[in-house]
Design a protein around this ligand. Sequence first.
Ligand code: DP6
Length: 400
Amino acid sequence: MTGETHLSAVTCTAPVNIAVIKYWGKRNEKLILPINSSLSVTLHQDQLKTTTSVAASRDFKEDRIWLNGREEDINHPRLQSCLREIRRLARKRRGDKEEETAPRVLSYKVHICSENNFPTAAGLASSAAGYACLVYTLAKLYGVENELSEIARQGSGSACRSMYGGFVQWLMGDRDDGKDSLAQQIAPESHWPELRVLILVVSAEKKLVGSTAGMQTSVETSPLLKHRAEAVVPDRLKEMCEAVRQRDFERFGQLTMKDSNQFHATCMDTFPPIFYLNDISRRIIHLVHCFNTHYGQTKVAYTYDAGPNAVIFCLEQTLDDFVGVLRCCFPPESNGEPFLKGLPAGRATLSDELKMAVDIEPMPGGIQYIIITKPGPGPQLLHDSTLHLLGKDGLPRQWA
Ligand code: DP6
């Protein structure tokens, strides 16, 4: 397409979330209905976010999508589900409010352009932020508001939790049509201001077994997964909600680690087994337990998704010490990249006792870098049109 086109464009951002009670396993593959409820912390978009622009124009010949600078197949079934469902909702809303004339954009094709400010498929839940952002941006374009987590869920299960900030639960629901399988905020991001989240990037490589395929095999073969969903998660979720409400780090941290460990145990119980953790992930687990034992309380907690990167929770007052310990055990290799990104951490002088307590063989370069962040808000609409990723001609800006 050449020249300028008359278009309506909207740009939004959406956050990554990290589950502390994991979702693993579907009871309905198409609608993405889970076998258990889950709970996550939404991470701050100052450090990790997806930005998406959607433009609609009567001059566009077809729907198109660009992800991180590359044009991708718009016919991807999950993408089509989200587009279809949000357009359906917009039409329904139009029907409900008869006085309103049809938003003309609804009959136009759309161009979608999306970018992450973090590595895709590195176990950092990029699909969650991506689908949450897509659904939120389309909703703004078409002027729809409700039922958005239900639509984001059909892009990627964990995406429904990225529709809210702070602490979010995804209730599994029991209906066959998924109308009650929704995300819900249990506390806003301001609820626990001292909470810090560290992402220890140990490998930026693409994962071996993706979540979708992995959980499918687990549902088919793991008796432990069935037990987990039926007998462990319901009580654990209630306890986790209480720990969050009371800002009880001891309980929050213990439950987070136990749930991560059980998720990885179900992966091992899957046949053939799935291994997401590597040697560095296991060393970090050991280190966290040594650190906590030294202090006689849970000061730091780890959790791992479908990849080897660790996500660590701690309180602000523990941050400098724990980062100091990580530096000691995984001395940064100077490859030009900063070791610490995101929120600042001070240089701590570690006591000899602490050094003794975490006495593991140093492994230079084991951790590539650390992103320090905290709980943050849900998706945001950007009002500054200079931030659109699509140019006036409806094509990604860098190509225009
Ligand atoms: C380990 O949401 O990526 O991160 O629904 O098939 O897209 P699909 O899976 P996805 O699975 C996330 C799994 C997890 C745990 C979690 O985020 O709860």
